[in-house]
Design a protein around this ligand. Structure first.
Ligand code: PMT
Length: 405
């Protein structure tokens, strides 16, 4: 499970820092690629030489790498990692994580991390039980971080109780279980995806539509199929292709009402709904059954509001289901996306802005921000395939948090 996984290990100043050496050995043995950030006080407990020799990578401690002004890019580190693990986590670093106090490379990388973050606290019994520590642990959990609880036993102070950093073998088990949940595990899950535009007929020749090609939605369908899901892809008019598969049901529709009908029919049995379609918000009230003649200088078409498919599904969503929406914005992006996250009862909204070059309609790339009720994660410009994989990985993470194994 850990083979080729990129683990960013943060080591804090604690007597348990020596355990980081064992942890790195186990990670490397399991095939993981490990990079270590050590706080300056961690270096008093365990030498960077030990950590770099074991991890086979230089240990990073400061923002600035050398006198030439080269720097350790915390944003790159945050993007590189599949998982950030802070072990041991000291009370000091915990306090900084809880309050966003960014005075070292470890915290800057933590704040930049796009991946899941796990922490394994280590401190003396009374420090661990202190109300502020417990409150800070709760706070960082509310930010979406996972806490591997300290274990009971003899402590460096001579006292005995809860505060020992979890044993490296136990931490490895937690990591393996995390990756087993997030990789290849959409087996047995049904994913409903809406994709492409809708066309709202004016007459037999003309329609109201938009620039969506379906690329994003089809990429999401492929990413879900690759992870073993059963996919119901409800697609508006699109030239995109997807290989036939026993796990795929492709439903081609034209209008928002047709898309709604199919979505309502299949959502009940789905575990995840992903609303990536660009649904026309209005449709002509009356559809002419004959081509409208162009002899008049101007024509008026009365438009009526289309159903909101996502909102309809959001209102029916059960506790065991996840609903993912998209927000296509041109201004005030995050505020609008957060409003849609709430009003449509999404668990996650994927924001793309037409202000970003290469993002949105028709491009082969997208630049999205993943927004949940307690976290905002911006991704760089990626191919739509890569973006889809990241969205599905994140969705799996959310699903596993809802229904722990
Ligand atoms: O298809 P591509 O060319 O690859 O382009 C991809 C995309 C830009 C279409 C895609 O990334 C995207 O942003 N899709 C959502 C576009 C949109 O309609 O956004 P919105 O902010 O107007 O809608 C918010 C959410 O409600 C969306 O999940 C949308 O699917 C849903 N909705 C909106 C209106 C409606 N009547 N019914 C809906 O279900």
């Amino acid at each position: 499970m850990l083979r080729n996984k990129k683990i960013l290990l943060g080591v804090c100043g604690s007597i348990a820092a020596y355990k980081a050496a064992f942890l790195i050995r186990l990670l490397v043995k399991a095939g993981a690629d490990v990079r270590v950030i050590s706080t300056t006080s961690a270096s008093d407990f365990i030498s960077p030489l030990t950590l770099s020799t074991l991890s086979k990578n230089p240990v990073l401690t400061k923002f600035v790498k050398n006198e030439q002004g080269e720097w350790n890019n915390h944003v790159e580190l945050g993007l590189w990692a599949d998982l950030m693990l802070i072990a041991p986590l000291s009370a000091n670093t915990l306090g900084k994580m809880a309050n966003g106090i960014c005075d070292n490379l470890l915290i800057a990388s933590y704040l930049s991390a796009k991946c899941s973050v796990m922490v394994a606290p280590a401190m003396d019994l009374d420090m661990y039980n202190h109300a502020s520590t417990q409150q800070n642990l709760k706070t960082i959990q509310s930010y979406g971080n996972l806490v591997i609880e300290a274990e009971d036993g003899e402590l460096a102070s001579g006292l005995s109780g809860q505060g020992r950093m979890a044993e490296p073998e136990n931490i490895i088990e937690v990591l393996e279980s995390h990756f087993s949940k997030t990789s290849g595990s959409l087996k047995g899950k049904k994913v409903l995806i809406t994709a492409g535009p809708t066309y709202e007929a004016i007459d037999p020749v003309r329609f109201i539509g938009n620039h969506s090609t379906g690329k994003m939605g089809y990429a999401l369908a492929k990413a879900s199929l690759n992870l073993g899901a059963e996919v119901i892809l409800i697609s508006g008019p699109s030239n995109e292709k997807i290989p036939e598969s026993a796990s795929l049901k492709l439903i081609k529709v034209q209008s928002a009402n047709e898309m709604l009908k199919a979505a309502e029919e299949y959502f009940e049995h789905a575990d995840i709904g992903i609303m990536s379609a660009a649904v026309a918000d209005y449709a002509p009230k009356n559809v002419s059954d004959k081509k409208i003649k162009k002899d008049a200088d101007s024509v008026s078409i009365e438009l009526v509001r289309n159903p909101d498919i996502a909102k309809t599904l959001g209102a029916k969503k059960r506790e065991d289901q996840l609903l993912i929406g998209f927000a296509l914005e041109t201004d005030n992006e995050e505020v609008n996306a957060k409003r849609k996250l709430k009003s449509k009862n999404f668990d996650l909204i994927v924001l793309n802005s037409l202000k970003d070059e290469g993002a949105g309609f028709a491009y082969d790339t997208n630049k999205v921000t993943l927004i949940t009720h307690n976290k905002v994660r911006s991704l760089p410009l990626l191919s739509k395939e890569e973006t889809a994989k990241k969205i599905i990985d994140y969705t799996l993470d959310l699903l596993n948090r809802k229904t722990p194994k």
